[in-house]
Write a protein that binds this ligand. Sequence first.
Ligand code: MG
Ligand code: MG
Length: 254
Amino acid sequence: MIQRKTEANIRKLRASGAVVGDCLHMLRGLAQEGITLKELDRAAEAFIRGRGAKPTFKGYHGFPASLCLSLNQEVVHGIPNQRRLSAGDILSVDCGATLDDWVGDAAITIMVGKVKPEIAQLVETTHESLLAGIDAAKVGARLGDIGAAIEAVIRRKGFGIVREYCGHGVGRQLHEDPQVPNYGTAGTGPRIASGWCLALEPMVNLGGDAVHTLGDGWTVVTDDKTVSAHWEHSIAITDSGVEILTLCSDGTHP
Ligand code: MG
Ligand code: MG
């Protein structure tokens, strides 16, 4: 069942979303050559708790950390460990914060130092595809319009689209109905109603679509070992338009 959120609900989601946006912005500054993934995770947990919120991911189905940190060929759900960032790496940082029982969920992909041009293009295209998906999210549009808009941007560049994981409703729970695939056919699927709050999150590979999960039970990697990018925002769709809930407090993108 797809829950429609009230104005008051969306106010709460905006507050938890700002914690996520500000946390990602802080991490972007910190994610330099030499820092360990564990150090980034610790900084995020302290930041989130300092804002009176809880790291949503910690303990979620037993996940052991506050952030999902997915490096290079890792797609999503990477576990922060002692690895250090090097120039040329890309790091996807997925952050969730629960404030007052409402969840914010967003991700950015950070380029560490100078990265290869085709990798920079992957990161930028994935971000562009997210913005195209947000643009297609309108009251009265169909759910398939969002996936189709995301897919069109990615296919134009010939990158691989991860199919096993997708966007989702967001609210009091991290994952609510509906599922929002990063591909689809325009004009199909349920009609979007005012009050839908969704997390859109394209996961895009430099190579093929295929991914698998490592033996740790969490880390998803590309089959062909090419690098992968991930961007995510939580959004609210109402009669007054679409609002990104996971911007920074000052309204900028994290
Ligand atoms: Mg996320
Ligand atoms: Mg999500």
